[in-house]
Design a protein around this ligand. Structure first.
Ligand code: ADP
Ligand code: MG
Length: 693
């Protein structure tokens, strides 16, 4: 049956009906995200092999780049070496050759005794033996004949589908599928942009003649991927701007000066600049969609409150939402500070409210009596209705995507301001938040103390404890942060509960030590936080819970254990907790690691206090996944482009995409039909693009 249908294929045809697939393999493909023939085209090779024909091990000569093919006899992970390496011995009936891959721990599960391996690299002498160091390799099927040469694509394989099987399936159907691939652009555009045709790109990525063809194919396919993503974002932005209506919120001079009087300080230059940007948005009837970035303590909340008071001056309501109840409560407290003796009606909604009290609050919001409602993101989901909500402020700290940028009101859409303390590198901002406008507060208000960061080994802890003891005696407070609450099974990671015992009983018996973690009830957490705030607790042992926005200026010491287990952005965020007073603060990063990347990451923390610089490093070292997952930003994962390495292409694709949507906002012209079809195929459902379909 599969044979019959292959003559009549379409891009949307399930892979099952392609030659060599069938129902069982179709299930494997499904797990790889390959459902249709078109998806199979986008199942790109991991690398390409242009190896000369294999030579026999007995013919090996030093300094020659060769291909060897043999069976793996034995392997070993030499963890204690410097640098550590993975070694394999392969046998081809003429001899045995040692092959090593530095830091190749991940190869342990792949290269196992009995596996047939083709390696390609330079032979060198080591202790009078010839060996290959860090060669390219492919694992081949037992029955796969290694012809007189080995070259071609190497596909990311899975347990049930080897690279060789994938190569066969794809090459069998490649030409037929490629014939169906439509072009997006005219010849002039391709020429001007230095791009090859789409069909050629697919051909060359799966079946290249040489490295140049791979490079050209990659360039086109990466461009397309980025272009489609940017077009989707441009459409989403267009839709919001042209179909959603917001209430115009005017900020007169009188309103401005009245608001400023509420703050016991002058706003910084950065705050003023951002307020100007926000005010310019608010006055329009296009809903604002703005992301406000700035380090912890840089003064975002003040800016947000300014915007809120503009809305209230226009007789509208404001919702302020935070990811947790602790944070919501904290926002409420700081707002209270600024709004004391004002007639702004504000309310904090918590989960612990009793039925009657809750009903009263909800009624007041519904009648329009309440001006500002502060709560968690649950505010959006629950039965709460606003009479005239015109501004939504969302504090996401570093967990993005909590918010729904959907309308909350039937007739109008509220303006939306999203605050985040994680500096988002420009490249990431262009993708994940490509439809948002961005404001940045770069410099924090003056008078902030310096944070001194040191990376230390666990063996230095006793010295550190003595240092901390002195600070505690001087009435300062300290945080101790651990990656886990309880011990892991093999007990190799320090955990909060055990260390709480240790610190309170053995290390600082003369001080009060408190424990805070995510499994405690809301009221217990609140109690501990209050005690710490009042100085009744001197040391607070915690998990990353404190990351989200605790503001206690007297806490000037932070010890983060197992620091190499945290992301840099996360460490920076944590450290932000102790940058709140005018005196010097100390952040000790404790880690025991031999991993060079991990060490250099911690050294960046010692060196830099610039959140953007740190975020760029984190993005380079760990990829965007750490900062946000596709699930959170609602965009499909990129298959071939990489927003860091391909930032030039990204900028180009972004410009082209936004120009396209400007010219033909619904992509209705015949010329753009293929782009439109592809967008629907790729994004339908995920990007609110329904009316483009
Ligand atoms: P963020 O929300 O970015 O963490 P906040 O708005 O909460 O920052 O401000 C942090 C602290 O700095 C608060 O105690 C606030 O009162 C103070 N602050 C904000 N803006 C200024 C300013 N312009 N001058 C002096 N202090 C300020
Ligand atoms: Mg804040």
């Amino acid at each position: 049956m599969t044979e019959k249908t292959t003559n009549n294929i379409s891009l949307d045809m399930p892979v099952q009906f392609l030659k060599g697939v069938g129902p069982a393999r179709a299930e494997v493909f499904d797990k790889l995200g390959v459902k249709t023939a078109a998806d199979l085209l986008e199942y790109y090779p991991r690398e390409w092999f242009f190896a000369p024909p294999p030579v026999k091990i007995e013919q090996l000569k030093p300094d020659h780049t060769v291909t060897l093919a043999g069976i793996v006899e034995s392997t070993d992970w030499q963890a204690w070496r410097k640098p550590p390496y993975f070694e394999a011995y392969i046998n081809d009936d003429t001899g045995i050759c040692r092959i090593i891959w530095f830091h190749g721990r991940f190869l342990q599960d792949k290269i196992t005794p009995g596996v047939k391996l083709v390696v390609w690299g330079k032979a060198s002498l080591y202790k009078h033996q010839l060996q290959l160091t860090n060669p390219k390799f492919v694992i081949v099927e037992e029955d796969e004949i290694i012809a007189d040469s080995f070259s071609g694509p190497v596909y990311p394989a899975t347990v049930n589908l080897s690279s060789g099987q994938l190569r066969k399936i794809i090459s069998d159907s490649l030409d037929k599928i490629i014939e169906l691939v439509p072009e997006f652009f005219d010849v002039d555009f391709l020429k001007k942009s230095n791009l090859i045709s789409r069909q050629k790109a697919f051909k060359w990525i799966h079946n290249p003649g040489d490295e140049t063809q791979i490079a050209e194919a990659k360039r086109r396919l990466k461009y397309d991927e980025l272009f489609l993503m940017q077009t989707a974002l441009a459409l989403r932005r267009y839709k919001v701007r042209n179909f959603a209506k917001a209430v115009s919120l005017k900020c007169t001079e009188q309103i401005d000066s009245r608001i400023r009087k509420r703050f016991p300080f002058l706003l910084t230059e950065d705050q003023d600049k951002v307020i100007e940007e926000i005010s310019a948005d608010l006055v329009k009837t296009i809903p604002m969609n703005r992301l406000l970035q700035g380090d912890v303590g840089s003064g975002k909340t003040v800016v947000a409150l300014y915007a809120g008071l503009v809305a209230i001056a226009n007789k509208q309501q404001v919702a302020i939402m935070a990811p947790t109840e602790i944070l919501a409560a904290q926002h409420f407290t700081s707002i209270e500070r600024y709004l004391r003796n004002s007639d702004v009606k504000r309310v904090l909604i918590t989960g612990g409210l009793g039925g009657d009290k809750r009903k009263e609050i909800i009624d007041n919001i519904k009648s329009g009596d309440t001006d500002i409602a502060v709560g968690t993101v649950a505010l959006l989901q629950e039965d709460i209705q606003f009479a005239n909500l015109a501004l939504v402020i969302i504090d996401e700290q570093h967990k993005f995507g909590v918010h729904q940028r959907a309308g909350l009101r039937k007739d109008t859409t509220p303006h939306c301001l999203v605050m985040t303390a994680t500096p988002i590198p420009r490249t990431l901002a262009m993708t994940a938040f490509g439809d948002l406008d961005i404001s940045v507060i770069k410099h924090s208000p003056p008078g902030r103390g310096q944070v001194i960061t040191r990376y230390i080994q666990p063996k230095d802890l006793p010295k550190a404890y003595e240092f901390i003891r002195e600070r505690l005696k001087a009435k300062k407070q300290a945080y101790f942060v651990y990656p886990r609450i309880v011990d892991s099974e093999n007990g190799d990671v320090k955990a909060a509960i055990a260390e709480y015992e240790n610190l309170s009983k053995n290390i600082f018996p003369e001080f009060k030590v408190g424990l805070l973690h995510g499994q405690m009830s809301g009221t217990d957490k609140q109690e501990i936080m209050d005690a710490f705030r009042k100085g009744k607790i001197h040391c607070l042992v915690s998990t990353v819970l404190i990351e989200v926005g605790i503001d206690i200026p007297n806490a000037t010491i932070m010890v983060i254990e197992e620091a190499d287990r945290f992301g840099l952005a996360q460490l920076h965020q944590l450290r932000g907790r102790i940058a709140r007073s005018s005196s010097k603060s100390y952040c000790l990063l404790v880690a025991q690691t031999e991993n060079e990347t991990a060490k250099s990451r911690l050294e960046i923390m010692e060196r830099s206090n610039d959140g953007f610089e740190i975020a760029e490093h984190d993005l380079k070292l760990r990829g965007p996944g750490e900062l946000l997952s596709s699930r959170q930003h609602g965009l499909p994962d990129l298959k071939i482009a990489n927003i860091i390495d391909d930032s030039d292409l990204l900028a180009m694709a972004r410009k082209d995409a936004f120009e396209l949507v400007e010219k033909d906002p619904m992509l209705t012209s015949a010329q753009h039909k293929n782009i439109r079809t592809e967008l629907v195929r790729k994004f339908s459902g995920s990007l609110m693009l329904v009316d483009v379909a």
